[in-house]
Design a protein around this ligand. Structure first.
Ligand SMILES: [Zn+2]
Length: 170
């Protein structure tokens, strides 16, 4: 699988088996540009992505969302500091007491663990598949979310590369 810069589309590396889908990272040049820019402009920069991107902290609290993310996840992801990743996708585990990250199932959450790992060691994670049972307005459904993460300052870019319906819930 080809990994390319989410901004300039430059080839970065290959990960995993050959496939037609693409995973995303950030090249050195774009990272430098990003780090030189004042933090307030990061939301504007993620706007240039043509796929859903969330700016999250190490507890997956959403601090920014681009239009593509708003189009798929709804206007509420545009509200800063109010919602966690699990709330954004209506993960059933986020509906419980304590919210996203506090249920017994959350320890195994690939999405949360990828964000936390990237935040901790500064290294990107690519092509991670996180499975969630969603329980939102559109009813109960199982999805596989394919994501990549990149650390930017004290935040993590959560790039949502695919959201695929799985077999109907039992
Ligand atoms: Zn680039």
């Amino acid at each position: 699988m080809r990994v390319e810069c989410a901004w300039c589309r430059k080839y970065l590396r290959d990960v995993g088996p050959v496939s037609e889908s693409v995973s995303h990272g950030i090249c050195e040049t774009c990272r430098d540009k990003l780090m030189r820019s004042v933090p307030v402009s990061i939301p504007r920069l993620i706007e240039t992505f043509d796929f859903p991107v969330l700016l999250v902290d190490n507890d997956v609290v959403i601090h920014g969302a681009n239009s593509a993310a708003v189009a798929i996840l709804g206007r509420r992801v545009a509200v800063i500091g109010n919602l966690k990743g699990g709330d954004a996708i209506s993960c059933e585990n986020a509906a419980g007491e304590g919210g996203c990250g506090r249920s017994p199932h959350c320890a195994g959450c690939v999405l949360r663990n990828s964000v936390a790992a990237t935040h901790a060691d500064g290294r990107p994670r690519q092509n991670m598949v996180s499975r969630h049972r969603l329980d939102g307005d559109t009813g109960r459904r199982d999805v596989a979310v394919r994501i990549s993460t990149e650390k930017v300052g004290e935040m993590v870019l959560l790039m949502v590369e695919d959201l695929v319906e799985e077999a109907a819930p039992r």
